[in-house]
Design a protein around this ligand. Structure first.
Ligand code: ATP
Ligand code: MG
Length: 739
């Protein structure tokens, strides 16, 4: 027992051993919140206060849940069987599978991920003849999810005008469609479970009596519904469960998805929390990194306020690299990685972070070309790839023929002569008779009808072949029997898709091995149906940290959001440019900017020993070249903590506030192999223009050239247009006339 608690500092010790009452641990990054939470679970069990069955722990990602379980297991002599650790979605899925009847769901209900949900909504809008101009599918999706996250069914939403009345009507239609098809989206998982527990008193009491301890990590990112859900499970009053929440208001980064930091205050008030413990010592990062993080977050006004300290040495300076272009940034990254590996660092301990998924393509390309093994977390998730979705759709239809989303995805894939007109006729027939598409096939006449019947026969054939097969064999059979393999063999870029389909078979094999024993049917044989359903849920919920061919020692690539809660020896934070990070979308209001800054704080605090910040002056994104200013977040790091790897440049562009650059000459040598951005303007071919010259521009008027970069057709100049601002313009594109 004592070995469990040794090494904890005083505040951590107090938190781990708190009596079983509601408690809030409010603490900064890397201060040991997750460690406290896992140690408390082990301590509760080991000190005999509760059996593993009495504990429920919630966290945000599957990766975090797996790590949490691993940490707890490692601390205990015996496997803690019966302990529930998972994400909100995962736990809800588990409850709904067990109590599907009470929840009003078919036993084999399927989960729609957000792509499937969007497809389902588009289909609904089309069927109802609702124009995309008035109700874009994405807006409807956002609306429905926000209502669900606020705990509101369509019948409970108040419509204030005609427009909102129509929107609520669409929400109602969507509910009917999902119910008919036996599918639930992510928000529905939560809402349905919440309603189940709210309405079903015996069931609620059962779980309230069972889970005496509920522990929540990353509490700052819970939304309203999740908080209601927790409240419902915990029960109130003196007999309620001990709800133990840990969080950091400075790391709240999901407001855009309805997360509500206010839950912390609500929790404090509603549960009459007597103990709030603050942890202020950071164990993760070296001094310079921590100071940088503190300095950045200090710019935010809406904070509960805390300051982290460490007794670790300052460590290395924060390295900053300003690249000419995104390609240049990627090449530098590769070189730096190669030299790190040369110095003996392991790739696994290196993370490359970015603000948006779209940035990963260039980085991946460079890493791939250089032969550096890498693994992408949560990018285009494995299970979201087109070919995988197709295969899964066939599998879903085997389990649930009424799943119209799956039906429409593959009814004509691979192409089998079923055109849009036939589908429309089928949809009309289904709507008319109030059934799923499968059940309306008989109503379609002619060639289209007979092609549809053949499709049904194909499904029936696959269903027959399925019996007696193991899960991976079944998937392999479906991939070939449905014609997917043949189709991709003939496609130009089909090879990679075929490999991914093979990977799906391996994923199923791994899954089946892990699930072994859980699905024994009456005969003692594995129950394929149950196994397949669980595999499909896994595919919908899995955070996608699955990558073909990733070696064990691979560099880890992910968005900053996905890096929450994790730590790495070395972190590269790329793309620090105004408009990218902070993101364009956030720049309208102070709240948006503060959320971006918290995201920056999360990013910086992932690093233990070394932190690189990089940016590119020009970047190709969504098919357009953008010329960017340096991110204001770079300027918020005190210069004395930084070491610039690139030489100061003429006309260095800086976002507010004014910035004094710190530069160490010795670092310049590191940049030699990149196409050196010229520091002198002399001799540059600017098509007859020069720095200091007055020029006129069609839109911005007259200005003066204050800086220049590149040469010939790549040349760019920075022009001060007075009131119109200071702009960078590519000479090849912008028409500038000397005046
Ligand atoms: P985040 O806010 O990023 O989620 P956190 O507060 O959950 O961070 P942890 O991940 O629990 O922090 O801990 C950060 C690191 O510090 C981990 O490597 C952990 O093992 C280590 N650590 C925590 N407490 C101690 C301690 N008392 N002694 C030594 N190391 C510690
Ligand atoms: Mg944590």
């Amino acid at each position: 027992m004592s070995s469990l608690l040794t090494g904890l500092n005083e505040a951590q010790f107090a938190a781990v051993t708190l009596p079983p009452r509601p408690a809030l641990i409010l603490a900064g990054a890397g201060s040991g919140k997750t460690r406290v939470l896992t140690t408390r679970i082990a301590w509760l069990i080991q000190s005999g206060q509760v059996t593993p069955q009495g504990i429920l722990a919630v966290t945000f990602t599957n990766k975090a849940a797996r790590e949490m379980l691993a940490r707890v297991t490692a601390m205990l002599p015996l496997d803690p069987r019966g302990l529930w650790i998972g994400t909100f979605h995962g736990l809800c899925n588990r409850l709904l599978r067990t109590h599907f009847r009470d929840a009003g769901l078919p036993q084999l209900f399927q989960i729609l991920d957000s792509g499937d949900q969007l497809a389902a909504i588009k289909r609904l809008l089309k069927m109802l003849n609702v124009g995309d101009d008035k109700f874009p599918a994405r807006d409807v999706q956002y609306f429905i999810n926000s209502q669900k996250e606020a705990g509101l069914r369509s019948s409970a939403v108040e419509a204030i005008d005609e427009y909102s009345r129509q929107r609520v009507a669409l929400y109602a239609e969507y509910e009917v469609q999902c119910q008919r098809e036996g599918v639930v989206d992510f928000a529905e998982l939560l809402l349905r479970t919440y309603e189940l527990l709210e309405r079903n008193e015996p069931l609620r009491h059962h779980y309230q009596a069972r889970f005496r301890h509920i522990l929540v990590d990353e509490f700052q990112d819970t939304n309203r519904l999740q908080y209601q859900w927790l409240k419902c499970l915990a029960g109130g009053g003196d007999r309620g469960a001990a709800l133990f929440c840990v969080g950091d208001d400075d790391q709240s980064i999901y407001a855009f998805r309805g997360a509500n930091v206010g839950n912390m205050r609500a929790f404090e008030r509603e549960f009459r929390v007597e103990t709030i413990i603050r942890l202020e010592q950071n164990y993760r990062s070296d001094g310079n990194i921590l100071q940088a993080a503190n300095a950045i977050i200090r710019h935010n006004r809406q904070r509960l306020g805390k300051n982290l300290w460490t007794d670790q040495a300052d460590g290395e300076p924060i390295r900053i690299f300003e690249a000419f272009s995104d390609g240049d940034e990627g090449r530098w990254l590769v070189e730096e990685l190669q030299s790190l590996v040369g110095e003996g660092f392991s790739r696994q301990d290196v993370a490359v972070l970015y603000r948006s998924n779209a940035q990963s393509r260039v980085l991946e390309h460079q890493l791939f070309s250089a032969g550096i093994p890498y693994r992408v977390y949560g990018g285009l998730r494995f299970f979201e790839r087109q070919e995988i979705k197709h295969a899964l759709a066939y599998l879903r239809l085997l389990v649930n023929p009424d799943d119209d989303t799956a039906f429409l995805r593959v009814v004509n894939f691979p192409p089998r002569g079923i055109g849009a007109r036939t589908i429309e006729t089928l949809q009309d027939a289904a709507r008319h008779s109030g059934t799923s598409l499968v059940r309306a096939v008989a109503a379609v006449a002619g060639k289209g009808g007979s092609n549809l019947s053949q499709f049904l026969a194909l499904l029936e054939g696959l269903r027959r072949q399925a019996s007696g097969l193991a899960l991976p064999d079944l998937i392999a059979r479906v991939v070939s029997g449905a014609g997917l393999a043949m189709h991709y063999q003939n496609e130009r870029e089909g090879q990679e898709r075929l490999e991914n389909l093979d990977e799906l078979v391996s994923a199923a094999a791994n899954f089946a091995a892990e699930a072994a024993g859980r699905h024994l049917g009456e005969s003692g044989q594995p129950d394929l149906h149950a196994e397949l359903v669980e595999f499909l849920s896994h595919a919908a919920l899995e955070a996608g940290d699955h990558q073909a061919d990733a070696g064990a020692d691979a560099v880890q690539l992910m968005t900053v959001h996905a890096a929450k809660g994790l730590e790495f020896g070395i972190v590269f934070l790329t793309g620090l440019e105004e408009g990218l990070f902070p993101h364009d979308n956030s720049l309208n209001g102070e709240d948006g900017l503060e959320e971006e800054r918290r995201l920056m704080y999360v990013a910086v605090t992932r690093a233990r020993r070394r932190l690189y910040l990089s940016l590119a002056q020009s970047r190709m994104l969504h098919g357009q070249t953008r010329y960017n200013l340096r991110s204001r977040f770079i300027t918020e790091v005190p210069p004395q903590l930084c070491k610039w790897l690139t030489p100061p440049r003429v006309g260095a562009r800086v976002a507010e506030p004014a910035f004094s650059r710190y530069f160490e000459p010795s670092a310049a040598s590191r940049a030699v192999s990149r196409p050196a951005p010229t520091t002198s303007v002399a001799g540059r071919d600017l098509g007859g223009l020069r720095v200091g010259q007055n020029v006129s521009h069609g839109r911005f008027g007259v200005g003066v050239i204050v800086a220049a970069e590149g040469s010939g057709s790549d040349a760019r100049v920075q022009v001060n247009f007075g009131k119109q601002g200071v702009k960078w313009l590519a000479l090849g594109v912008a028409k500038l006339e000397p005046v």
